[in-house]
Design a binder for this molecule. Structure first.
Ligand code: UDX
Length: 436
């Protein structure tokens, strides 16, 4: 099939390359010329495992191209909208500027029977409004939310755990759903659940899923707060409740909490939208979820301050990690970097290392000291804090070896990812999050 993908950020670039990898002819369109230039050469503008390979394969096969020219969308059967919906600068709601601009630019190039498939995360009710705007073109709007995780984005796109299509009523909707089934043919053929809904349900599925995941993380972080005043161990607690299949152990990792380009902004936009709909109280708990999440960053900072007996002046602190999670160079709303900046604000000398995210971090926070080599970063540290659980810092860092590099054997495990006993045995004072 011939497809266009409008917006070549995280979602769009991965979607375009993944669709080409399953045999479609795809054009990716974006207004950012430098992004298009690098994608056209097969270079991913961000770190995502597996993406460079499918980008260069797609381009070499002739099935994948990138352009800033919207006219290249002419003739595509399905047009995916994958532009960003960031948090507004002066509020919690989603900024819809890019979605509206993409639709405006696309309309002149649509033919009757075309499918416009929205993938951006939008406030519920958006699709119904966009469908009205598209009515005169004869194109059909479907809402097809994306659930990809950074670090696993290629796998999640080609082989998702479910597909959701919000469609209009009647034959038009049934035809649109069939076309989407054809787009995702390998996943559909292997029996991946394909759930056809109305627009509002499809829009809500996305924000509800992210709200649930954020709530699960903040739940265990709230238990960590209780563990801290009772002497309990939240990691054992998570293991024990996680054995209950109804609860499950995943996303019960207590630590400095969630960040990234999705969970924080999506729960805030959901709260804002619910308030607009007169149902603010229904998701009022999400404010608490947000507050718990932010408190954990403060807690991690406090552990470092306490470990150094309140004296941060001229202390060397090494921060292991900057990305919001491992296998990513994304620093959007990164708890890791937030902790580093707060420590610096208290007067410490802060050295940050990360396998992938340093260039992004240095651009936004030039006041921190960035060192690429992990061991070099550890040299002379008075305290070390792990804030992103890269393999190089968990199993990959030997406490005996690290002890030879630092000035003071203080380790704060902001992700509860280290073997506390092994670190203590090597002479370190170990502090976890919600662990005795
Ligand atoms: C998330 C959703 O998982 C994905 O389905 C959606 O499409 C986009 O948002 P992503 O932002 O890539 O994906 O990251 P995710 O793996 O969900 O992690 C989010 C944050 O939660 C990270 O900062 C991570 O460190 C944190 N986290 C995750 C925890 O603090 N504890 C956990 O147990 C799990």
């Amino acid at each position: 099939m011939k497809l266009s993908v409008i917006g070549c950020g995280y979602l769009g670039a991965v979607h375009a390359a993944a669709m080409a990898s399953i045999g479609h002819e795809v054009v990716g369109i974006d207004v950012d010329e430098s992004k298009i230039a690098s994608l056209s050469q097969g270079e991913a503008p961000f770190f995502e495992p597996g993406l460079p390979e499918i980008l260069s394969d797609g381009i070499a096969s002739g099935r994948l191209s990138f352009t800033t020219d919207m006219a290249q969308a002419d003739g595509a059967e399905v047009h995916f909208i994958g532009v960003g919906t960031p948090q507004q600068k002066d509020g919690y709601a989603a900024d819809m500027t890019y979605v509206n601009a993409a639709i405006d630019a696309l309309i002149p190039h649509l033919q009757p029977g075309d499918i416009v498939a929205g993938k951006s995360t939008v406030p519920v009710g958006t699709a119904a409004g966009l469908a009205e705007r598209l009515a005169s073109t004869g194109a059909t709007l479907v809402w097809n939310p994306e659930f990809l995780r950074e670090g696993f984005a290629v796998k999640d796109t080609v082989d998702p755990d479910r597909l959701v299509a919000g469609v209009p009523l009647g034959d038009e909707g049934a035809r649109a759903a069939d076309i989407l089934r054809e787009v995702y043919h390998p996943a559909v053929a292997k029996g991946t659940p394909f759930i056809v809904t109305d627009y509002a349900t499809a829009e809500l599925v996305k924000v509800a899923a992210n709200a649930f995941l954020a709530t699960k993380i903040s739940f265990i972080n709230a238990m960590a707060e209780i563990a801290e005043v009772t002497g309990a161990d939240v990691t054992q607690l998570a293991d024990a409740i996680g054995h209950d299949a109804r609860i499950g152990r995943r996303f019960l990792g207590a630590g400095i909490g969630f960040g990234g380009g999705c969970l924080p902004k999506d729960i805030r936009a959901f709260t804002a939208r619910a308030e607009e709909l007169g149902r603010g109280e229904s998701v009022g708990f999400l404010r608490e979820v947000d507050a718990i999440n932010l408190r954990r960053r403060e807690r991690a900072v406090q552990l470092v301050v306490d470990a150094l007996h309140g004296d941060m002046f001229k202390k060397n602190i090494t921060v292991l990690g900057a990305a919001f999670k491992p296998h990513s160079d994304d620093i959007r709303d990164s708890p890791a970097l937030d902790v580093a900046v707060r420590l610096r604000g208290l007067g410490a000398w802060v050295t940050v290392t990360d396998p992938e995210a340093l260039h992004n971090a240095a651009r936004v926070h030039p006041q921190l000291n960035y060192v690429e080599d992990r061991d070099e970063a550890l040299r002379g540290a008075d305290a070390v804090i792990v804030v992103t659980e890269w393999d190089e810092y968990r199993g990959g860092l030997d406490p005996e070896h690290a002890a030879q590099l630092v000035a003071g054997r203080v380790i704060v495990d902001g992700r509860n990812c280290l073997d506390a006993a092994a670190w203590r045995a090597a002479g370190w004072t170990y502090y976890g999050m919600g662990r005795p």
